[in-house]
Each structure stands twice: as C-alpha cells, then as structure tokens.
Design a protein around this ligand. Structure first.
Ligand SMILES: [Fe+2]
Ligand SMILES: [Fe+2]
Length: 270
C-alpha cells in the first residue's frame, strides 16, 4: 500500500507566494498515484472558503483520503473552536470525501490509520524558561509575551477549556482508537499535527521568543502513547515547518516540513 503524506499547506495564507508550488505538489501526488493520501493539518487558516477547493485540488479520485486538522484549521474570527472541531469540520471534510481521523480510525486489511490534531501541554517549553515564571514577562497559558499575544492561537482559538485539558482529552481518544483496533491489524500508522517527541523541537539558544513558542509545539505525552503499542510503526506530523525524522524502537516519526513557500510530501509503503 502506497501512502503519501503532506502537511502545512496553509492554502489561504500562501495563495500569492505558494500557489505555483501547490500546483507542483498536486502533480507530484498524482505522479505517485497513492493508495492513501494524508494531510497532517494546517490545510487552511482563517480562510475557510479555501477548504473545499484545496481538498478537491489535492486528491486523485481513487485513493483513500485521510486528514487531521492543525491548530490553524481551528482558527476562527469568533465562536467556538471546540464545537467547530467536533461537528462542523468533520462534516465538511466528509462532504469532500475525506475522513477526519480524529473521529475514528480507518482499517485497510492489516493496516490501521489513527490520528488526532494533537495539542500542546507546554511539555516542550524552553528548559531555561520555567513554566511558573514568577516575575518574568511571559505566560504560557495566555501565550503572551510582554502582555502581547505571541502565539496566535491565543487570539483565534477558543476551546472553552485549558490547553492541557484539551490535550489530555485528545490523548485519551487516541488511546481508545488504538485499543479498539481489531487483532488482524499488524501495522498502525499514526498521524497528528503537533509534535510528539522533544528531539524534534527546534531550539535556538539565543532566541528567547522562538523558545517561548516551543511550548506550543506539541506534547511529550503523545510520544509516550505512541510507544505503548509496538504495532505503531509510523507517526507523521507537521506544525514546526521543519523536516525531521527520528526512530524510537520500531517507530519512525516523520515531520513533513512544508513551509509557507515550499510544500513537501513523504511517501512510504507498508
Ligand atoms: Fe503550519
Ligand atoms: Fe500548526
């Protein structure tokens, strides 16, 4: 089974600078003729009218199409991001022929696909900047630096719960997905938007603002969960816009590494 994975297309935000590259990516996908095409989040930002045309443009008609949203996909000008995530977004994807993995796994023969947007619990925060900063001028929970929003989920994502609660909820749902898989499943391909392993976080020793934003890259708990079942052989993510690959036992975790200007994909066969 040939699987192609892309991520971080940000179609509405990069229409002027990245459209030619989107065309190149679509040609590349068609050239691979995958059995399964996966988008690991950040399809669009606030420009929700871009969702349908982008999904239609990406997909060769005959492949299984799977998606998890990214944090930018939960950005709204107003209203409830959690409700949008739970109901509207999966319906919208389904209407285009795409299955949102957050709503349940997909099993093809002896291979299962599981997934979640994933979130952050500040476990990847800069070790030099403590979670409880005292009189320092930053705050992870409000995502503010010097009183100003530094991580823009602070402005555009309204979950109605803390980041850590949302992250725990998502991890519990992913664990349930994996536990629910039939015995015939021998290989699990996991997808999240956010990062699962500390070693995939990009550190810039002299850039305090960059390191502050690392708190919002993902969750170490996700990586621990993925290692609980040795059938999880692949994990794909995005979010950091840095291409990375690491091994943990039988698991290979791959960050796709698309940027605003340059779209990337990975292809694996299972
Ligand atoms: Fe992104
Ligand atoms: Fe992201």
């Amino acid at each position: 089974m040939k699987i192609v994975i892309t991520a971080d297309l940000h179609a509405d935000e990069t229409a002027d600078m990245g459209d030619a590259d989107m065309n190149r990516l679509c040609r590349q996908i068609r050239w691979y003729a995958p059995d399964v095409l996966i988008v690991a989040g950040d399809l669009v930002g606030l420009g929700k009218s871009w969702i349908v045309p982008t999904l239609e443009r990406l997909a060769p008609p005959k492949c299984l199409k799977l998606i998890v949203p990214g944090n930018h996909d939960l950005w709204l000008e107003g209203g409830d991001s959690f409700g949008y995530y739970r109901t509207l977004l999966p319906e919208l994807y389904a209407a285009c022929g795409w299955h949102m993995l957050d709503t349940g796994p997909k099993v093809v023969g002896s291979t299962a696909f599981v997934g979640t947007v994933g979130w952050y619990d500040y476990s990847f925060h800069d070790p030099a900047s403590p979670l409880a900063p005292g009189k320092a001028d930053y705050d992870y929970e409000t995502k503010r630096w010097g009183g100003m929003p530094m991580w823009m989920d602070a402005v555009f994502v309204r979950l109605g719960m803390s980041d850590t609660t949302f992250n725990s909820l998502l991890l519990a749902r992913l664990r349930e997905q994996i536990k629910s898989l039939p015995r015939r499943v021998k290989t699990i391909v996991a997808v999240s938007h956010h990062i699962a392993f500390q070693d995939m976080v990009i550190r810039k020793p002299h850039d305090q603002e960059w390191n502050f934003c690392n708190a919002f890259q993902g969750s170490a708990g996700l990586g621990e969960l993925l290692l609980e079942d040795p059938r999880v052989r692949f994990h794909f993510c995005g979010h950091s816009h840095f291409k990375r690959r690491l091994k943990r036992g039988a698991l290979t975790s791959i960050n796709i590494g698309s940027t605003y200007e340059r779209k990337r994909l990975e292809m694996v066969e299972v």
